[in-house]
Design a binder for this molecule. Structure first.
Ligand SMILES: [Zn+2]
Length: 244
């Protein structure tokens, strides 16, 4: 495989530390005030929201430090990993010893991408969640699905994924699966706790009536991207419209 194009592109961008620049900013995140020091140029190039934040004559602009008390520190850590590496880093649960990815982190990462208007990060995070949960045969729990609804607004792709998973699990899993994770009582409780999840769930069930249930983790990737169905997928130029 030729890497000539990638090498030329990297040369055009110049040495890494010239790209990063000298300026740094500080993000103070969560209730525990975890602090991240980040190259300002890189952060502002990748996420324009921070360019506005750190280039105004208000507090963040003057101190070059921003307090983000409502954000999840693990999700910010993953967001910054993407800022520097241009990919989503794999972090497993149980302090890195678990078999499954730390799903809560990635659900929060998606919500951050939406909050800061970062389309590419949102799309890559959805690709990552679908791929990793399928590969490790892992499914969101009803509580996590409710979290997706709490974190994101209507029409969010994460909500779509969660609702599809909820409908799929209801039909495919028994009362005893996963120590009762998908018992009828827990399904009822989750629907009772989120009226939006409940509405989307019943809509999906009715639209799927009489059809074979499809695993939402192996759905067409563009279902969970921000671009319109008729637009070319920016990550795969062959995908013009679903099903092609
Ligand atoms: Zn796409």
């Amino acid at each position: 495989m030729s890497t000539g194009g990638a090498v030329l592109a990297a040369e055009a961008e110049g040495p890494l530390f010239r790209q990063l620049g000298d300026g740094v900013v500080t993000l103070v995140v969560g209730e525990d005030k975890r602090t991240f020091t980040v190259h300002k140029k890189k952060l502002c190039e990748k996420i324009p929201h921070f360019k506005k934040m750190f280039n105004v004559p208000f507090q963040a602009g003057q101190t070059q430090s921003a307090k983000l008390p409502e954000d999840n520190p693990g999700a910010i850590e993953s967001m910054l990993g993407w800022v520097y590496l241009d990919r989503i880093e794999v972090v497993r649960d149980e302090g890195g010893k678990g078999k499954h990815i730390d799903l809560t982190r990635y659900l929060n990462l998606y919500s951050l991408a939406e909050k800061y208007g970062c389309t590419k990060l949102a799309d890559l995070t959805m690709d990552f969640i679908a791929k990793e949960t399928l590969a490790s045969n892992c499914m969101l729990s009803p509580l996590m699905m409710k979290l997706c609804y709490d974190l994101c607004s209507a029409n969010s792709k994460l909500r779509l994924f969660a609702a599809r998973c909820f409908a799929y699990c209801t039909l495919q899993l028994s009362d005893s699966t996963g120590n009762g994770t998908w018992s009828s009582e827990k399904i009822h409780n989750a629907l009772w706790a989120s009226i939006d999840l409940s509405k989307d769930y019943y809509g999906l069930l009715r639209s799927q009536s009489g059809k074979a249930p499809l695993d939402p983790r192996s759905a067409f990737a563009c279902d969970y991207h921000q671009h319109a169905k008729t637009e070319m997928c920016p990550y795969n130029k062959k995908r013009k419209t679903p099903g092609e």
